[in-house]
Every structure is written in structure tokens, then in C-alpha cells.
Design a protein around this ligand. Structure first.
Ligand code: GLU
Length: 493
């Protein structure tokens, strides 16, 4: 058993960003590959951003994606609980722990109480900006004597606790993707560690927790890279060994900007609702920022675990390419069991009004046949109503001039007459009828090939391409086909 321990540490701000899912995925793959443990910790110290139900959403999104954690916050019987020996795993339940470590830092001279009001801090910031400087805390409270500070606190003065960074010192660390990173403390701020509401800041809590939870590798988005030197310095101040760092390239949109809500879907829930299969989304996301050794593009989770390594994670942003995601998702839809796809398509069909609950109960097989006719052509499942509308709209609208012209071919009326005759001779359409009908029409009319199939296809669907005709005929059934022939004869011939 290896000692590798990684964690995904989202803040419960309402939804799981697709970039967050990729971070969770890389943590998971690395843990699984090394027989390590994957921990889910909730970082909820920013009370202003807390959203009701967000923890459940996060856990559901991970579960849906097949990214299973071993330890931390879980749901059981729809209730949040925690498993593991390093808990609590929700930061707001760890305030006493942070208090203890804050006191330790103050005692050792690595942190100090700060009494600056918001007004003063704003003033300093404005002044620095006006001077063309990068706004930074000016160290006003750095030298307040501890006893003096404690008296002020006892008198009820509001305070924060700040990190006391040494002046002009290089802080260095190794990142497994980026190599050596060096930042001088003169480019850093005396970070607030404990806020006036008694909650730690992210920077403080993350270090204390990662240490106490024995985290060996910190795998997170590169937006945290500038914060890492502060964390590294905190480890040093405590006399702890820092973990390994792995900063992942940001997930970008096609214009190379961070993928944001304004450009449409960004949350896992959005993609789920649009009808992406979890294994397809995970497969695609794995490739945004990591590349396998071969050109292979379709990976099961086990194959990803096998092949994943940080050496092949790129330093530059990974572009999120919807077309590629659609292609991969289409591959998975095609490979999936028809029952599964049918079950997943039903909610979209219900919502479109094309079917209702009674169809689901009584005509499941018919729905399944209908879905089978378009399974090959779906990129994502919410496309289903658009794809099957040919079965529901009895007014046929040729999709273009070509389709319209096909109906003007010679002999089209005789094709329809022969079709009607055959339909009149049966009660309802079965597989045998659908399979043999074209042979029969051909025999009756002498028309064959394209001249036989195309006018019938356009008459049935308005389109020149589409699902197999046998299936179209089966799904439509006798009455609908008769209605369509009539409609086309009256309006389009
Ligand atoms: N709570 C941070 C977030 O919301 C976690 C950053 C980290 O992994 O250290 O992304």
C-alpha cells in the first residue's frame, strides 16, 4: 500500500465547474494509479460565498462522473456524512484546530495581529495605486507588541492575523509540471491568515489541513500558483515538510480565455442536462491538458488510470473544444446499450411533448425503435427531439430544393399509389412488411434504386438523408404513413 494521498478541495459555491471536474479527475487518476487515497475536503471558510445544497451538488456531480473518493465528505441515504480518520473534512468544523495553529504562529513570531480598519486599508490601496505601485499591505501593524495587541483584543477591538513574511527573500518550490518556481517575498503580501469573523482564510486553512491530513501531492488549477509561495513559507514557519505541487493548466475556451459561465455551459450539471454521457465527458476532459503517448482518443477510466502521468500534463492552457467533445460523446452513444440510451432520452422526449407517460409505460418498445433509428447520429442526447421530429410532424416540409424536386420526379404518383395499395391490404405494419415493401412497390411500378427510395424518403420525412427506411416505416406505422402520402399528394406534387 502506498502512502500517496491527494485531495480535491472545492468551495461549495453552487456548482462544479468543468475545470474543477478535471482537477478532481487528475487527482483520482493519480491516486488510483499509485494505490493511494483520494480525499474530498470542503473548503467553506468564505461564508459570503456559501450556497445551500452546494455540497450535495458537488458530491452528486463526482458520483455521476464515476470519480469516487475514498475519504472525506460523502452522502449516505441523501445525508452528508464524513468518512476517514483525518476529519472533520469540512473546514467550518475545524475552527478550533486553526485557532491552535494561529496561536502557534503568533508565538513563534511568524504571524501578527492586525487592527487596520477596512477604511485604512482602502486608503492605503488607493494611495499606492495613485503612485503607480501594486497595492499591498504596508506593514503598519507588524511591530505591535504582542502583549499590547492582546490588551486591545481583550478590549473588544476587531482584528485579523497576518503572515509576517521576511523581507526580500526568495521562496522556492518544485512543481511537477512547471519545474522550479521562485518568487521573492518583496513581491508578496503579508497575507491575512485569520479573518475578523474568526474564520481562517483559504491560504491558512489549506496548509494546516493538507499537513494534518497527510496530503502528499497537491494537484490543483494553475490559478493557485501565485498563492503557493505563501503556502510554502507557512510550511517552513511551522517546520513542516511541504507536499509536492502540481499545477494544472487552465481550461480555456477557443479564444484562449478562461472558460466562463458567460459563454454557456461550464458546470458538470449543464453538460449532464445537455445529454453528455459521464464516461465521454471524463474521457474528453482527461485530454484537456494531458496527452497520452499514442494518438489514441477513446479511453475507459481504467485505461486512463493506466496511462496517466503528470509528465505528460502540459504547461499551457488546455483548450476546451466542444466539437471534439461532441465527437467523443457520439462515439460513446453509438457504443452504448440501446436500452440505456432510450432510458436517458425519454426525459427529453417527454419535455418536448412528443411522448407522454402513457407511451413510456405502454409503448416502450416503439420508443426504443425510434431511438435506435437516430442513435448513430446523436452528438448529445438533448438533440433527440430535433432528430425524431420527422416522426411527429405530419405536415411534410421538404428540407431544401433538392428534396422538393425529388417529389416532382416522373412516376412518383405511381409509387405512392402502390404504397397505399399495400398498406390497405394490412391491419398494421410489422417488421416483415417494412422489410419487403420496397420490393413490392418496385415490382408494381417497375421503378427502382434511387428513383424508388428517394421520393418515398422525402414523402415520409421531408429529408433526403436520415435513418434506415425500414425503421422509419416501422416507427411511423400505417396511419401516419397514409396521412403523409395524402398531405404530400395534396400539397407538394
Ligand atoms: N478551495 C480551493 C478551490 O475552491 C482549492 C484550491 C486548492 O486545491 O488548494 O478551488
Amino acid at each position: 500500500m502506498s502512502d500517496i494521498r491527494v485531495r480535491f478541495a472545492p468551495s461549495p459555491t453552487g456548482y462544479l465547474h468543468i475545470g474543477g471536474l478535471r482537477t478532481a479527475l487528475y487527482n483520482y487518476l493519480f491516486a488510483k494509479k499509485n494505490n493511494g487515497k483520494f480525499v474530498l475536503r470542503i473548503e467553506d471558510t468564505d461564508r459570503t460565498r456559501y450556497v445551500e445544497g452546494a455540497i450535495e451538488n458537488l458530491i452528486n456531480a463526482l458520483e455521476w462522473s464515476g470519480i469516487q473518493h475514498d475519504e472525506g465528505v460523502v452522502t449516505k441515504d441523501s445525508k452528508i456524512t464524513q468518512i476517514g480518520e483525518y476529519g472533520p473534512y469540512i473546514q467550518s468544523e475545524r475552527l478550533q484546530i486553526y485557532k491552535k495553529y494561529i496561536d502557534e504562529l503568533i508565538e513563534s513570531g511568524h504571524a501578527y495581529y492586525c487592527f487596520c480598519t477596512k477604511e485604512r486599508l482602502d486608503e492605503v490601496r488607493e494611495y499606492q495605486k495613485a503612485q503607480g505601485k501594486i497595492p499591498r499591505y504596508d506593514g503598519y501593524c507588524r511591530s505591535i507588541d504582542i502583549d499590547e495587541a492582546k490588551k486591545r483584543i481583550a478590549n473588544g477591538e476587531e482584528y485579523t492575523v497576518r503572515l509576517k513574511l521576511p523581507h526580500s527573500r526568495d521562496i522556492e518550490f518544485q512543481d511537477l509540471v512547471r519545474g522550479k518556481v521562485t518568487i521573492n517575498t518583496s513581491d508578496m503580501d503579508d497575507q491575512v491568515l485569520l479573518k475578523s469573523d474568526g474564520f481562517p482564510t483559504y491560504h491558512f486553512a489549506v496548509v494546516v489541513d493538507d499537513h494534518l491530513m497527510n496530503i502528499t501531492h497537491i494537484v490543483r488549477g494553475e490559478e493557485w500558483l501565485p498563492s503557493t509561495p505563501k503556502h510554502v513559507y507557512l510550511y517552513e514557519a511551522f517546520g513542516w515538510d511541504a507536499p509536492q505541487y502540481v499545477h494544472l493548466p487552465t481550461v480555456l475556451n477557443k479564444d484562449k480565455k478562461k472558460l466562463s459561465k458567460r459563454q454557456g455551459d461550464v458546470s458538470v450539471e449543464d453538460f449532464r442536462k445537455r445529454g453528455y454521457l459521464p464516461e465521454a465527458l471524463v474521457n474528453y476532459l482527461a485530454l484537456v491538458g494531458w496527452s497520452p503517448e499514442s494518438n489514441k482518443e477513446i479511453f475507459s477510466m481504467d485505461e486512463l488510470i493506466d496511462e496517466f502521468s503528470f509528465e505528460r500534463v502540459s504547461k499551457t492552457g488546455g483548450v476546451f473544444d466542444k466539437d471534439k467533445l461532441n465527437w467523443i460523446n457520439g462515439q460513446y452513444i453509438r457504443k452504448s446499450d440501446l436500452d440505456r440510451i432510450t432510458r436517458l432520452c425519454i426525459p427529453y422526449l417527454l419535455e418536448s411533448g412528443y411522448i407522454d407517460e402513457s407511451h413510456v409505460k405502454e409503448q416502450y418498445d416503439w420508443i426504443k425503435t425510434m431511438v435506435s433509428t437516430v442513435q448513430e447520429s446523436l452528438s448529445y442526447l438533448s438533440e433527440i427531439p430535433e432528430k425524431v421530429k420527422i416522426y411527429f410532424e405530419d405536415e411534410i416540409h421538404p428540407e431544401d430544393q433538392k428534396a422538393e424536386d425529388i417529389l416532382k420526379n416522373e412516376g412518383v404518383q405511381s409509387l405512392f399509389d402502390a404504397f397505399k395499395e399495400e398498406l390497405d391490404s394490412i391491419e398494421s405494419i410489422d417488421h416483415e412488411f417494412a422489410k419487403t415493401i420496397f420490393k413490392k412497390i418496385q415490382k408494381k411500378t417497375g421503378i427502382k434504386g434511387k428513383n424508388l427510395y428517394m421520393p418515398i424518403r422525402v414523402m415520409l420525412t421531408g429529408q433526403v438523408h436520415g435513418p434506415e427506411m425500414v425503421n422509419i416505416i416501422l416507427v411511423l406505422g400505417k396511419d401516419k404513413i397514409l396521412n403523409r402520402i395524402k398531405y404530400v399528394e395534396e400539397n407538394l406534387l
